[in-house]
Design a protein around this ligand. Structure first.
Ligand code: S3P
Length: 177
């Protein structure tokens, strides 16, 4: 059942970029839940939040991850930072994939997201307060991952290399086929 390579993690931890690199390295299709949502709705994430609210976004997100894991061939699935909040999403990801959590220090996340305007949950108040608050609240939700990679002081390529090595070993041991 576990066949996809699924990447979770807080906003700004590099999930999508690492997924793109891995897609080349491992020659696997890359699906990104936010990209699928924006494409299906023909709307940006901030507009979906603005027009329909977070609950609707979360409902769409759940539908998208449920659909993505049905992809017949093993794929790389990258996700939005809040996908872990729903237990049904966690159960689904854990069942159909090897889950890799990317972690970074809040300070680094703040540096990376300094001029970002595309993340509705970071708007309002200071970026520092928003990140620290959300990071603390969400940290436990990432702990169901099979592997956690600390991205501090690593380039996206180095993070992708670490994941690829683990993936090769999983393949060798026959766990991911
Ligand atoms: C969200 C993270 C975003 C996007 C949406 C909500 C979150 O994705 O799904 O803005 O709740 O953490 P990234 O993690 O790719 O920024």
């Amino acid at each position: 059942m576990k066949k996809h390579l699924i990447i979770i993690g807080f906003m700004g931890t590099g999930k999508t970029s690492v997924g793109q690199i891995l897609s080349h390295t491992l020659d696997m299709e890359h699906l990104d839940t936010d990209v699928i949502i924006e494409r299906d709705r023909d709307s940006s994430i901030p507009d979906i939040f603005k027009d329909y609210g977070e609950l609707t976004f979360r409902n769409i997100e759940t539908g998208v991850i449920e659909q993505a894991v049905q992809n017949t061939h093993p794929s790389i699935i990258t996700t939005g930072g809040g996908i872990v909040l729903r237990s049904e999403n966690r159960v689904c990801m854990n069942k159909f994939g090897w889950v890799f959590a990317l972690d970074a220090q809040p300070k680094e996340i703040i540096d990376r997201l300094q001029s970002d305007t595309s993340r509705p949950l970071l708007q309002g108040g200071t970026l520092e307060d928003r990140v620290y608050q959300l990071y603390d609240k969400r940290k436990p939700f990432y702990q169901f991952a099979d592997y956690t990679i600390s991205t501090s002081h690593l380039s996206e390529t180095q993070v992708a290399d670490q994941i690829a090595n683990i993936w090769f070993n999983l393949m060798k041991s026959g766990d991911a086929k």
